[in-house]
Ligand binder design. Structure first.
Ligand code: PHE
Length: 339
């Protein structure tokens, strides 16, 4: 018996010497100390021995078992340290390697300019209103005095969803929705995407972005319109920019005007950008037509208002000297990352 146990001890020591990983160690632990190990078997068979034999053999077995356990716990300590060392070596971080660049997206120039424009108007006390891209013919045309056979319908030809619904051609729809829902004083800007069935070319896109403004209160006059727009343009493009208002016609404003600004490229002396006129057309505006007010239950005897509208894309193109509107919608990173 003693011999057998010595053999067991020696073979355990031999095996333990070769262990080089936690998993191999576990395997040996089960083999030599587990429930099905030889040592357990010997212990189980002790019940067949006489009492005297039990005492003498039991002593030897316990001695050997203690020694084996001791060896195992010593080996565990060293193998644990060995594993840590190995992990540290394997997972070494080279802090001298250059870092990976993370590509961060950035704003499209339309959004950059839109944010700038919003800021200017918010500082003047305007609030932002929004409306649906798909709207009824009524909000897009009729409420704004553009009846079925009005020539402005073909100028602003759009995509019809069905007989009643269209993709809005301008954000003037929001004028009507706001006046229906709120009592004056009203002072809003309404930015948004608009749609027209125009062929795509360097200056036209079937989708573009617009901003409409509307002010309604007692005693609102053309002078308010002019001073507001002058302040906006100067904040946007610089105080040296000159503006002028030219009489025009819109069905929903009376009187109506277009506002021109002195050419950014030639400062007014005449060049190809301004077609030698020294000025560039920039927006439409006017005093809200009394019929439009009446339709929204605003009494034109008590209240008056002004409205204006412009293409944000056009502002972007003028501000950055971009000659092709398509660039703004193509998501070409080479182009976009310049802003
Ligand atoms: N809605 C007009 C357009 O899209 C612009 C405009 C708005 C003109 C408000 C006058 C007043 O062309």
């Amino acid at each position: 018996m003693k011999e057998k146990l010595d053999q067991l001890f020696n073979s355990a020591i031999e095996q333990l010497k070769k262990v080089d990983s936690i998993s191999k160690f576990e395997e040996l632990r089960v083999r030599y100390l587990g429930k099905k190990s030889e040592l357990s078997n010997i212990l189980k068979n002790m019940k067949n021995l006489s009492n005297e034999e039990k005492i003498s053999t039991g002593k030897i077995i316990n001695e050997i078992k203690k020694n084996i356990e001791l060896k195992f716990s010593e080996t565990f300590e060293s193998i644990k340290n060995f594993e840590i060392e190995r992990k540290l070596k394997e997972e070494i971080i080279d802090i001298t390697l250059p870092g990976k660049k993370i590509a961060i997206g950035h704003k499209n120039p339309i959004q950059i300019v839109l944010d700038e424009i919003k800021e200017i108007f918010l500082n003047m006390g305007f609030v932002i209103e929004e409306g649906p891209d798909i709207d009824t013919e009524y909000y897009n045309f009729e409420a704004l005095n553009i009846l079925k056979d009005h020539p402005a319908r073909s100028e602003q030809d759009t995509f019809y969803i069905d007989d009643d619904y269209v993709l809005r051609t301008h954000t003037s729809t929001i004028q009507i929705r706001t006046m229906e829902n709120k009592k004056p004083p009203i002072k809003i800007i309404a930015p948004g995407r608009v749609y027209r069935s125009d062929e795509l070319d360097a200056t036209h896109s079937p989708i573009f972005c617009q901003m409409e403004g509307l002010v309604v209160d007692k005693d609102i006059r053309m002078s308010h319109l002019k001073s507001t727009l002058n302040k906006f343009i100067k904040s946007m493009f610089g105080s040296e920019i000159k503006t002028k208002f030219r009489a025009h016609h819109f069905p929903f404003t009376e009187p109506s005007a277009e506002m021109d600004v002195s050419c950014f490229a030639c400062k007014g002396s005449g060049c190809s950008v301004c077609k030698n006129s020294g000025y560039i057309e920039i927006l439409g505006c006017g005093m809200v037509h009394p019929d439009v007010l009446r339709r929204c239950d605003v009494d034109p005897e008590e209240y008056s208002g002004f409205a204006f509208g412009f293409g944000i894309d056009r502002m972007v193109m003028l501000k950055y000297g971009i000659e092709d509107i398509r660039l703004l919608y193509e998501s070409d990173l080479k182009f976009l990352s310049q802003f």
